[in-house]
Each structure stands twice: as C-alpha cells, then as structure tokens.
Design a protein around this ligand. Structure first.
Ligand SMILES: NC(=O)C1=CN([C@@H]2O[C@H](COP(=O)(O)OP(=O)(O)OC[C@H]3O[C@@H](n4cnc5c(N)ncnc54)[C@H](OP(=O)(O)O)[C@@H]3O)[C@@H](O)[C@H]2O)C=CC1
Ligand SMILES: Nc1nc2c(ncn2[C@@H]2O[C@H](COP(=O)(O)O)[C@@H](O)[C@H]2O)c(=O)[nH]1
Length: 327
C-alpha cells in the first residue's frame, strides 16, 4: 500500500456543472436488482435498526439490513415484510444454528431477497462455508459477505459466491478493535476501500468511519456501491437505542455489536457504548443526505451517482477541517 489516506484527508475536485438545479441529480442506486433512493444503509446493529425502522425504510424506498441479534424473530420478520410487498433483508452469523436456520428457510420456501453475513473477521473459512451453504439452499438470495479489508479477501469471498462484499475492519465510531488488536482499516478506511475496489468484480459496501455526508460521495468516488452507516443514524427518534437525559440534554445510546452491552458478558469485547445527542426524525436526515449527495453529483459535473466515480481528487493530509469541529 503506497498512498494511505482517510476521509478527512481528501477533497474531490469540482467539474463543470451541467444541471440548472441540484434537484435534477439522481441519487438512486440499484443493488441485487432492486432500486433504492440512496446508496446508504443504516448499520445492522441493535441500537440502529429494528423492525419498525426497517419497515419505514422499505416503505419509503430505502435499503435496510435487519440485525441478527434476535434470531428467533427473523422468520416472522421475513414473512411480515414480504406479505406487505417489501424486500426482506436479514443478517446471519456463522455458528452452527445459522446453518439450520438457512435450511429451515429453504424448507418453508421463505427466501429473503438479501442475506448479510455479519462477522468481525470475514476473511475466513467460516464465511466461505456460509456463503456456499446459502447459495446451495437459497440460490436467489443476494448475499453480502463481510467484513473484510484486503483485495485477497474480496476475491476469495466473491469466488465463494458472495454477490457483494462489505469492507471495513475497525473504522467504526464504537469500535475498539483497532486498539485491542492492533489490526484493521481504522485511519485508512478510504484507502482500503480503494484497494479493495480495484480487485472487486461485484459491488462493495463501505462500512464504518462515515462522519459527514461528504464522506458518502468520497466512498462512491473510491469504489463503493453502497455505504453502511452507524453513528450518523444513531440518536434519532426512531433509533432503537435507549433515550436518557444527561445534564439536561436528551441523548440516546449507541453501542457496538461486539460490546459487553450487546454480548451480555465481557468476553472478546471489541466494541464500546457512547451516547449521542437526540437528532430528531430520521426522515429529515435522509432528506438532507439526499440533498447533499445531489449537490455532490452536481459538483462532479453529472446527473447521476456514476459521475462522482470519475472526478479527480487531492490529498490534503489532516487539513480539510482547518481545525474546526465537523459541525
Ligand atoms: N466491522 C468491524 O470492524 C467489526 C464488527 N464487529 C461486529 O461485532 C459483531 C460480533 O462479531 P463476531 O465476534 O465476529 O461474531 P460472533 O460472536 O457471532 O462470532 C462469529 C464466529 O467467529 C469467531 N470469531 C470471531 N472473531 C474471530 C476472529 N478474530 N478470529 C477467528 N474467529 C473469530 C467466533 O468465535 P470466538 O468468539 O470463540 O472467537 C464465532 O465462532 C458482529 O455484528 C460484527 O459485525 C466486531 C468487531 C469488528
Ligand atoms: N470493531 C467493532 N466494529 C463494530 C462494532 N459494532 C459495529 N461495528 C462496525 O461499525 C460500523 C458502524 O460504524 P460508524 O462509524 O458508522 O458508527 C458497523 O456497521 C460495523 O461494521 C463493534 O462492537 N466493534
């Protein structure tokens, strides 16, 4: 790896505008044969998404991935979503029970449109075996596999049958993997995305480290088809995390999927909990994200997301915020 950089080190270079209004710019994306309003998906974490929010997102044309931490609810969830004409998009792990779960889905002809294999170290035989198991029993489900951080991993998971890979080991806001293990893409997630995207022949989902809406455009520039976001979606009215008051301020909890709060025990903990300011309705954030991305497309000199992929960029090491706070 030669050029190592992260989101805050990059500025995209504007090209001549070809629209009269930013509203002409189209932020939609197609994944797995389905069209979504934004190339953005809330993280499949217990304090970020639940059944209610998943339904709301699906109803309004956004992609969602339900988390895997209440495994017994998944069959009812798939039935419910599909009976309402929505896509069913669920997560699985790689432990023994998950094999039986996939077989049960196949036996009952319950076929989720999207299945995400969600483990910390996705470049593993455990994930390869699970991809093959899903493809054997549910060949029409679109399989997203991760997380990974190298081109070798992307190639191996794609070769095993994954329809998309998810890139990001340790850049998350509530992640402590980088501190506890010394490994990951934390601090160079954007460069890792570019490295992986060069090897990929199928879509990549960039996962973790998004701190501003501009980072979505940067992810698209460096090869992401979709961006998974936790912290920016935490703290909304609809977010499942607990709401409390600290020093007169209303805040909501956001904890890592590998934190003791998720696991219920202090074993192999690689995540922490934080409180984020209450942010109001998620729909307002999604609209603002869309407007900002429309603006990004206009600066890229196009009318569609693809225009962003071709823009030039500069590396401005640690200086784009001029010492300012992000917001
Ligand atoms: N994107 C990221 O950077 C990270 C995300 N996470 C999130 O935390 C959650 C829990 O992840 P995870 O612990 O994988 O899930 P699980 O607890 O379901 O573990 C999955 C399986 O993989 C094994 N495993 C986990 N980590 C490793 C490793 N480093 N090397 C070898 N085997 C391993 C586990 O065994 P055993 O526990 O006995 O080792 C278990 O058998 C997920 O939602 C994941 O997305 C966690 C860390 C990093
Ligand atoms: N290392 C850990 N990573 C985690 C954990 N729980 C979730 N995650 C990852 O973070 C992103 C969200 O990142 P954000 O910067 O947008 O907040 C999420 O999608 C997971 O990949 C964890 O406990 N440890």
């Amino acid at each position: 790896m030669d050029n190592v950089f992260d989101y805050e080190d990059i500025q995209l270079i504007p090209a001549k505008c070809i629209v009269e209004s930013r509203s002409e710019c189209d932020t939609s994306v197609t994944l797995g044969g389905h069209k979504f309003k934004l190339p953005v998906v809330p993280a499949n974490m217990q304090t970020i998404i639940d059944e209610n929010l998943a339904t709301k997102l699906a109803e309004n044309g956004y992609f969602y991935i339900m988390h895997r931490f209440q495994p017994e609810t998944r069959i009812g969830f798939i039935r419910d979503m599909q009976s309402r004409g929505f896509i069913a998009s669920i997560s699985v792990g790689v432990k023994e029970d998950e094999y039986a779960f996939i077989e049960e889905l196949a036996a009952t002809h319950l076929v989720p449109e999207f299945i995400t294999i969600d483990i910390a170290h996705g470049h593993s035989n455990a994930v390869i075996r699970m991809i093959q198991h899903i493809k054997k029993h549910l060949p029409t489900s679109f399989v997203i596999a991760g997380n990974v951080g190298t081109p070798e991993a992307v190639r191996e998971l794609e070769n095993a049958g994954a329809d998309a890979t998810k890139v990001g080991i340790g850049p998350g806001k509530v992640c402590i993997t980088k501190i506890k293990t010394g490994f990951g893409t934390g601090g160079w997630q954007l460069a890792a995305l570019r490295w992986c995207a060069k090897a990929a022949t199928k879509p990549i989902i960039a996962d973790g480290g998004i701190r501003t809406h501009g980072d979505i455009a940067k992810s698209v520039r460096f090869g992401a088809s979709m961006v998974m976001i936790g912290s920016l979606f935490a703290g909304h009215e609809e977010s499942p995390g607990e709401t409390i008051e600290i020093d007169g301020k209303v805040v909501k909890e956001y904890f890592g999927s590998a934190s003791e709060f998720q696991k219920g025990e202090r074993k192999n903990v690689e995540g922490k909990k934080m409180y984020v300011e209450h942010k109001g309705r998620i729909q307002d954030t999604l609209i603002e994200m869309q407007q900002d991305l429309q603006s990004s497309i206009s600066y890229a000199g196009g009318t569609k997301l693809e225009a962003i992929r071709n823009v030039d960029y500069v590396i401005v090491k640690n200086s784009i915020f001029n010492g300012d706070k992000v917001y």
